[in-house]
Design a protein around this ligand. Structure first.
Ligand code: ZN
Length: 360
């Protein structure tokens, strides 16, 4: 190893310690193996230690998960209010820090927009018809999970934003879909794969089968022709858990009474990697399909996780303690794959729905 002495001074200084170490190692092959093992041990050990420190730092500071609500265009004119109710519910869990990304052109909800302004310094324009926002490009990578409170009629996102969202999800992002969010983007293939099933927005047999459960609890994928999405009269209805081992539903009662809501039925879509965790019977007496319709679903999209509930039509629907419990659990699961919250004492029973009154 003496040739290292011929190197220029700077290189010599840099290489000298290695040359010395190598000189010693030449004396014993076993020492080399031992040193490599030590380096490997130190490297992997320090990598593991750094990961542990990162996790410890996150838990010691109780760093909240970052959740982004996207909204701005929804045929449900109460959307500015339901965004605030869901934001508060998620933040009250102590698990989330919530931001809102709102399209520059808003559709519906004009009066409630004045009552519940976003105050993010952006000037928005209410339009008579949904209008694409060419600048809508949230930084998905800054969030653990995205919640869509967009609805029927929402104008398509710019193509680049659709692509960046698909990439975000494929790489392990999280998505929460509430009620009419499954009406949006009927023509966007990637989005329909994420939500599993949807309604309206031009959905029909080309979108995928109707998916529901029959009387025996078997999942039916019905490819018959027809439009996707309908509902009967609003009413309180019984939610039936079909999988009580999933982190989202674990510990919840088998059946519970959901507050007044619109019971979406005849949803259809690709339904790939779809798990139905809970259903509700859409009674023909209320104008429903007579089927057990999916009410709580998960979808895997690449490495991403999706929590989808068609519940949440009206203000009181999203004030239901059952809805709010599932929202928090579903969002945490979509963000992390785990659920750490207990079942709250005010969770609905099979006989009684429970409302958490919203204070503006
Ligand atoms: Zn609705």
């Amino acid at each position: 190893m003496s040739h290292s002495r011929c190197l220029p001074t700077l290189s010599r200084l840099r290489t000298l310690p290695i040359a010395r170490a190598q000189g010693r190692l030449d004396a014993s092959h076993r020492s080399l193996v031992a040193l490599l093992a030590l380096i490997a041990f130190l490297f992997f050990d320090s990598a593991a230690a750094m990961a542990q420190a990162d996790e410890a730092s996150r838990s010691s500071t109780n760093a909240p998960l970052r959740l982004l609500i996207v909204d701005g265009q929804n045929n449900h004119g109460n959307w500015p209010k339901t965004t605030v109710i869901m934001k508060r519910c998620l933040e009250a869990s102590g698990l989330f820090q919530v931001d809102v990304a709102r399209t520059r052109f808003t559709w519906q909800g004009d009066s409630l927009l004045k009552e519940f302004p976003l105050e993010d310094g952006v000037t928005r324009e209410a339009t008579q018809q949904p209008k694409p926002d060419p600048d809508f490009a949230p930084r998905w990578d800054q969030y653990d999970v995205v919640l869509s409170n967009l609805g029927f009629g929402a104008a398509p996102w710019p193509e680049a934003t659709q692509e960046s969202f698909e990439n975000y999800m494929r790489e392990g992002g999280g998505l929460v879909v509430v009620h009419a969010a499954n009406n949006s983007f009927g023509d966007w293939k990637g989005f329909n794969q994420m939500i599993g099933v949807g309604g309206w927005g031009g959905r029909n047999e080309k979108s995928g089968p109707y998916i529901y459960l029959d009387e025996s609890g078997k999942t039916i994928r019905d490819t018959s022709a027809g439009s996707g999405g309908s509902h009967g009269a609003q009413h309180p209805f019984l939610v039936v858990l079909r999988d009580r081992n999933h982190p989202i539903t674990k510990g919840l009662p088998q059946t519970w009474l959901h507050a007044n809501d619109e019971l979406y039925d005849r949803l259809r879509g690709p339904g790939e990697n779809l798990t139905i965790l809970a259903t509700a019977f859409a009674s023909p007496d209320q104008g429903g399909s007579g089927r057990h319709e999916p009410m709580v679903m998960t979808v895997e999209y690449g490495k991403g996780r999706v929590f989808h509930t068609p519940m949440g039509h009206a203000d009181e629907s999203v004030q239901c303690s059952g809805f709010q419990t599932l929202l928090v659990r579903g969002a945490q699961w979509a963000a992390t794959g785990q659920v750490t919250t207990e079942v709250p004492p005010d969770f609905p029973t099979a006989e009684e729905s429970r409302i958490r009154p919203f204070q503006p």
